[in-house]
Design a protein around this ligand. Structure first.
Ligand SMILES: *Cc1c(COP(=O)(O)O)cnc(C)c1O
Length: 477
């Protein structure tokens, strides 16, 4: 049946290093044999390129700036080493993230702690190393202040803010201090006029979602707060606008639109399902046959992405005469940002081995992978990119739509909800390559249920070294 139904493709953007790796199936198979399945391949070069693009954009706008990589988006230390070598910062959100960054030699002034919960151990580590703390609530401020005094130190502190207004409503968040009370609070609690305690350095926000206008509105409010602090003799050295900078995963806007309309038609019963058991991925149908809800996935296609996204946030008006960027410049306030995902664009892939082919009770073709759902998962309801198949032998074309399933003993262990149209049924031992997975997908929710090992992580430079060694061995023998 599959040949006659349209399964809208979602073709991923693929950088050159990925295309050339895919041309080396023997090498990928050898890698899976030695490291197990799945294996994550990481390329710090892409990360460096992404950073350079942000840096260029901010420099072009003459902004004093500092970029901190939000390291929660990927666990591998290769990106921390790259950040250290390029002299930009790292945003850490746990004791081990901070300790590891310090151990790898990141200079303390290029680190920041934004952890949602900062226990005494984490605070003491940050304070002893003179690392900037972004404080979230009064209890945390009290604990940090008491540790600062017991350590006999003046501690660098910023405040995370909440309660920004955009489009006539208040943006919901569980994080931070109410922005309308922050001025008072800073004057009373972060104004270390004595020898020890918390010394205010700057303001911070990180907004949920990906709205440009919301980020501009929050930045404007922060600049206004900095002005009122200044009237009270307190300088704001930086404003940190967090992360959430969009990236673009897809080659073709038309494909993205076609996917969304076809999904809606499938949910209304006007088109065969294009997801497992007609999963709506956030959409559903009401009694009037209308689609309700919203797509609960990452917005995979974005024209305004990366540096251009940032430019749009910063070029919104501060007042009738100047932009937000100019307002920061006039005040000599440093702009900080904490991109996670957007620094990892094109920086990693995940390769898994096919274990079996079978059907479920509905007759849906399943391709079982030596992999589990936690190894390709983010808060997105599905990862909407076509994987690349690497097959052992040439086979005649017999298109078939399949669902990839995982190793957990859960009905819901599907690697992708979306049905993927393949040229033919893969063989056991064939490989599936998931593209552009370094940002959140490979690590964020990875678990060791069933005592499965975590996936191995290999960097492209390591692979190239190994290939070079093999080459030398072959030449010598
Ligand atoms: C998650 C997070 C980031 C990074 O967000 P991205 O969407 O990956 O850019 C930055 N700052 C804070 C405080 C965060 O929690």
């Amino acid at each position: 049946m599959s040949g006659t139904i349209t399964y809208p493709p979602l073709t991923p953007i693929m950088s050159e290093w990925v295309s050339s790796l895919i041309q080396r199936p023997d090498m990928l198979r050898a890698l899976i044999r030695t490291k197990g399945s799945p294996v994550n391949i990481l390329n710090p070069d892409s990360f460096v390129k992404n950073y350079r693009k942000f840096n260029l954009q901010l420099t072009a706008m003459s902004l004093r700036h500092q970029v901190f990589f939000a390291r929660k988006a990927n666990k591998d230390s290769c990106f921390i080493e790259a950040a250290r070598d390029l002299g930009f910062g790292v945003d850490t959100a746990s004791y081990r993230e901070l300790q590891q960054s310090l151990d790898l030699g990141c200079p303390p002034h290029q680190l920041v702690v934004t952890a949602a919960v900062k226990n005494e151990r984490l605070l003491r580590l940050a304070i002893r190393n003179n690392v900037l703390l972004i404080l979230d609530n009064p209890d945390e401020v009290r604990l940090a202040d008491s540790i600062a005094r017991s350590e006999k130190r003046k501690v660098r502190a910023g405040l995370r803010l909440q309660g920004f207004k955009a489009g006539g409503h208040t943006l919901h968040t569980r994080f931070g201090f109410p922005v309308d009370q922050a001025g008072e609070f800073i004057l009373r609690n972060l104004n270390a006029s004595g020898k020890y305690g918390l010394a205010f350095e700057g303001l911070h926000f990180h907004l949920d979602g990906y709205s440009i206008t919301e980020r501009s509105a929050a930045l404007k409010t922060c600049i206004e707060l900095a002005d009122s602090l200044k009237e009270n003799g307190i300088a704001t050295r930086f404003i940190d606008i967090g992360g959430g900078i969009l990236i673009n995963y897809l080659k073709d806007h038309g494909q993205w639109e076609c996917f969304k309309t076809t999904l809606q038609e499938a949910i209304r019963g006007n088109h065969p399902p294009i997801t497992y058991r007609n999963n709506g991925l956030g959409y559903s149908m009401n009694d009037h046959h209308e689609i309700t809800g919203a797509l609960a996935t990452y917005p995979f296609y974005n024209t305004l992405n990366g540096p251009l996204y940032l430019k749009n946030v910063l070029e919104a008006p501060f007042n009738a005469n100047i932009t937000l960027a100019e307002a920061l410049n006039h005040r000599e306030i440093e702009l900080r940002l904490e991109p996670g995902r957007s620094l990892l664009d094109q920086a990693g892939i995940t390769v898994a081995r096919v274990a079996y082919r079978k059907k479920d009770t509905d007759g849906t073709p399943l391709v079982g992978l030596e992999m589990n759902m936690s190894q390709l998962r983010s808060s997105s309801a599905d990862f909407l990119l076509d994987p690349v198949m690497i097959c052992g032998t040439e086979r005649p074309s017999r298109p078939i739509a399949v669902n990839f399933t995982g190793e957990y003993c859960l009905e819901r262990d599907l690697i992708l909800q979306r049905k993927i149209l393949l040229d033919h049924l893969p063989d056991v031992g064939d490989l599936v390559v998931f593209i552009n997975t370094a940002g959140y997908m490979m690590h964020f929710f990875e678990s060791q249920a069933h005592l499965f090992d975590l996936a191995a992580n290999v960097t492209l430079p390591e692979i190239e070294r190994r290939l070079a060694d093999q080459f030398h061995l072959q030449k010598e023998s």
